[in-house]
Write a protein that binds this ligand. Structure first.
Ligand SMILES: Nc1ncnc2c1ncn2[C@@H]1O[C@H](COP(=O)(O)OS(=O)(=O)O)[C@@H](OP(=O)(O)O)[C@H]1O
Length: 431
C-alpha cells in the first residue's frame, strides 16, 4: 500500500466518522461560496458607491398632481411656495380658498370641496391650510394625485404655535405673562376643549390630519395606531421639518422633479428675538407629554422617514441635499444680493414681500429685493420670497383672469366660517 494511503487509513481510524462528515460539509460550503462569489452583490448593496443618476433614463415624466397638507408651524409655507412656483412654471391650476375662507380652506372646519374657489377648479395642485378630509379631497383632486405632508418635532412646534397664536388662542391668552412654562406646568388650568382655536393649543398635528386631538395615547393606544395607519394609507411622503433638505430630496425623487424645482427661500421664520433660543429639556418633555398624540405621530414618521432615506441610499440623499444647499445659496445671492439676510418686515421695502405679522410681540422675517425692488430684478426672485397671503391673492387673480372670470362680486358661501387667523388686521410695525 502506498505511504499516502497508509497515512490516510491511520488518520481515519483516529478521527471519528462525525468529524469527517463535518469537514466535508465545511469544505463544500466554502467551495460553493467561492464559486458563486462573482454573482453575489452584497458589497454594492450594503455600501452604495454612487447615487442613481439625478436624471433618470429613460426620464420619468414630472408628476403634476400634488396635494400638500399644510400643517401648522411646520415649514409648510416654504413647501407651499415651492409648489406654487412649480405650478406657475408648468401652467398648472392651484386650488385656492374661496375669499370667505381667506387664505385657508375655512380652517378649522373639516375641508369641503365647496371651500375651493370655482375659478381654481379642477385643480392639479393644492397647498393651503386645511383640516384633512380624505373623501372631500379625493372628490376634488385628480385620481393620480400624490399626497404629501410635513411634521415637526412637537416641542419646537408647540413653542412656535404658542408664540404665533398667543393673541388669538384663548387657552394661551389666559396664561400670565404669556409664559410657555406656566402653560405647560398646568395646561388643564388654561385649556378648554372645543373652544375657539383650541386646536392650536393641543395636538395640532393630529387635528390637521383630521384626527381627534383630545385622545390620549396613554388611555387609548389603538387610537394613535389607527391614525398612523390612515395617514400611511393616503400620504406617499411625510416630510420632517428638521430634515427639510433631505425631505425635499425625497420629494423631488417621488415626483420625478429636478433639483432646481425644489430650491427655496426660508419663509415665515420668527426673528431670534421672538423665539426661545433653546427649549429647556424639562419644557420639551412637558410639551411632548401634553401633545402626546403629536409626539407619537412624529416619532413614528421620523422613523419611517429614515428608513426611507436608507432605502434611497443615505450617502446619495446627503450628497443631493448638499447640492441642493449649494444651488440654493447661489440662487439667494443672485436674487437678494451678496449677503442674503432675513429681515424684519419693517425693513422690507418691497411691499409684496412684507410678511404678515401675527402680533406686536412676534416678528416674522422675510427677504427684500436689492433697492427695495427698484433695481433690476426678475419675477422669479420676487416669487421666491413672496409670503403666503400675497402669493395666494396673486394666483387667484391670475387664475380668475385665465378662466375669463371678470371682477364681479364673489359668490357667498351658505354657512360662512368663523373669521380665520389670516383675516385679523395687520398690526402696524411703525413703518
Ligand atoms: N426650510 C425650513 N427649514 C426648517 N424650518 C423652517 C423652514 N422654513 C420655515 N421654517 C420654520 O417653520 C415655521 C413656520 O411654519 P409654517 O410656515 O408652516 O407656519 S404657518 O402655519 O403657515 O403659519 C417657522 O418656525 P418658527 O420660526 O420656529 O416659528 C419657520 O422658521
Amino acid at each position: 500500500m502506498p505511504p499516502i494511503l497508509q497515512c490516510l487509513q491511520q488518520s481515519t481510524t483516529t478521527m471519528s466518522r462525525r468529524k469527517i462528515l463535518l469537514l466535508v460539509l465545511g469544505c463544500s460550503t466554502i467551495s460553493l461560496l467561492i464559486h458563486h462569489w462573482s454573482q453575489l452583490s452584497w458589497y454594492p448593496k450594503l455600501f452604495p458607491l454612487s447615487c442613481p443618476p439625478l436624471r433618470e433614463s429613460p426620464p420619468r415624466a414630472k408628476h403634476m398632481s400634488v396635494a400638500f397638507l399644510k400643517t401648522h408651524k411646520t415649514a409648510g409655507t416654504t413647501v407651499q411656495n415651492i409648489l406654487f412656483r412649480f405650478a406657475e412654471r408648468h401652467n398648472l391650476t392651484v386650488a385656492l380658498p374661496h375669499p370667505s375662507c381667506e387664505h385657508q380652506f375655512c380652517y378649522p372646519r373639516n375641508f369641503s370641496a365647496h371651500f375651493v374657489h370655482p375659478a381654481t377648479r379642477p385643480p392639479h395642485m393644492l397647498a393651503s391650510h386645511l383640516r384633512f378630509d380624505r373623501a372631500e379631497l379625493e372628490r376634488l383632486m385628480p385620481s393620480d394625485t400624490v399626497y404629501v405632508t410635513i411634521l415637526r418635532e412637537p416641542a419646537a412646534m408647540f413653542e412656535s404655535l404658542f408664540s404665533y397664536y398667543n393673541q388669538y388662542c384663548p387657552a394661551f391668552r389666559r396664561v400670565p405673562n404669556a409664559s410657555l412654562e406656566a402653560f405647560l406646568r398646568t395646561p388643564e388650568a388654561y385649556y378648554r376643549p372645543g373652544e375657539h382655536f383650541a386646536m392650536f393649543a393641543h395636538n395640532t398635528l393630529a387635528y390637521d390630519l383630521g384626527g381627534d386631538n383630545e385622545r390620549s395615547p396613554r388611555d387609548d393606544a389603538a387610537y394613535l395606531a389607527g391614525l398612523i395607519r390612515q395617514v400611511e394609507e393616503v400620504f406617499s411622503l411625510v416630510m420632517i421639518a428638521e430634515y427639510f433638505d433631505e425631505s425635499l430630496v425625497l420629494l423631488r425623487r417621488l415626483l420625478a422633479w429636478d433639483l432646481d424645482d425644489v430650491l427655496y427661500a426660508k419663509l415665515n421664520a420668527r426673528a431670534a428675538t421672538s423665539r426661545l433660543a433653546t427649549i429647556p429639556e424639562a419644557l420639551a418633555r412637558a410639551a411632548r407629554t401634553w401633545n402626546a398624540l403629536d409626539a407619537g405621530l412624529y416619532d413614528h414618521f421620523n422613523a419611517t422617514f429614515w428608513r426611507r432615506v436608507a432605502r434611497a441610499g443615505r450617502a446619495c440623499v446627503e450628497r443631493e441635499a448638499r447640492e441642493l444647499r449649494e444651488a440654493r445659496q447661489r440662487l439667494l445671492r443672485r436674487c437678494f444680493g451678496d449677503e442674503p439676510v432675513l429681515r424684519p418686515a419693517a425693513q422690507i421695502r418691497t411691499k409684496q414681500l412684507q410678511p404678515w405679522q401675527p402680533s406686536r410681540k412676534v416678528d416674522i422675517m422675510g427677504y427684500d429685493l436689492p433697492g427695495g425692488g427698484a433695481g433690476p430684478t426678475t419675477e422669479a426672485c420676487l416669487k421666491l420670497a413672496m409670503p403666503e397671503v400675497q402669493y395666494s391673492n396673486y394666483l387667484l387673480r391670475k387664475q380668475k383672469r385665465r378662466g375669463g372670470v371678470r371682477s364681479r362680486p364673489e359668490p357667498v358661501l351658505d354657512n360662512p366660517p368663523p373669521r380665520p387667523i389670516r383675516a385679523l388686521p395687520r398690526v402696524s410695525q411703525g413703518t
